[in-house]
Design a protein around this ligand. Structure first.
Ligand SMILES: Cc1cc2nc3c(=O)[nH]c(=O)nc-3n(C[C@H](O)[C@H](O)[C@H](O)COP(=O)(O)O)c2cc1C
Length: 141
């Protein structure tokens, strides 16, 4: 399996999560800002795509890319403000998924909240790494 990590980040949180995810994927896995998406993007079996929420929708930079994804497998990681386990948060995640072309398989999702005082930064990055490992494990089984 060939992986790539693309992210959109304004204040740096999604970028940090992206790099934590890439750190457990195969060594040659690119980890790039979404605007540097390579022209051979369709050749990657699984795209880990990160965005942040703005007005309860995916940020505009990511939104444009979400709509034209051609990868067979997509794993989403989303940064937002709010209670991780709330109905509102699940609806926001759904708003991101709805932007994907019909038929796109979502193999995993990971949410980070800037409001979550209970999860320290290093623990959160550990969760992000575990998310990537679990996703890869399921894809390669
Ligand atoms: C202008 C602006 C609007 C935002 N709107 C929302 C929102 O509607 N819902 C939400 O959950 N978070 C919202 N946020 C919080 C961001 O999603 C959150 O800070 C995120 O971690 C930013 O990611 P980044 O550090 O990768 O840029 C907003 C942040 C900004 C700056």
């Amino acid at each position: 399996m060939k992986y790539i990590v693309l992210y959109s980040s304004q204040t740096g949180l999604t970028k940090k999560i992206a790099h934590a995810i890439a750190s457990v994927l195969p060594k040659e896995t690119p980890c790039l800002p979404i605007l540097q998406m390579p022209s051979d993007i369709a050749s990657y079996d699984c795209l880990f795509l990160g965005c942040w929420m703005r007005s309860d929708e995916p940020d505009k930079v990511a939104e444009a890319v979400l709509r034209r994804i051609q990868n067979g497998h997509v794993a989403l990681f989303v940064s937002l403000h709010g209670d991780l386990f709330s109905d509102e948060t699940s609806k926001r995640l759904h708003n991101v998924i709805e932007e994907l072309p019909r038929g796109t398989v979502v193999d995993g999702t990971f949410i980070t909240s800037i409001e979550d005082d209970f999860i320290p930064d290093d623990r959160n990055l550990e969760f992000a790494r575990t998310f990537a490992e679990n996703t890869m494990d399921r894809l390669e089984r």
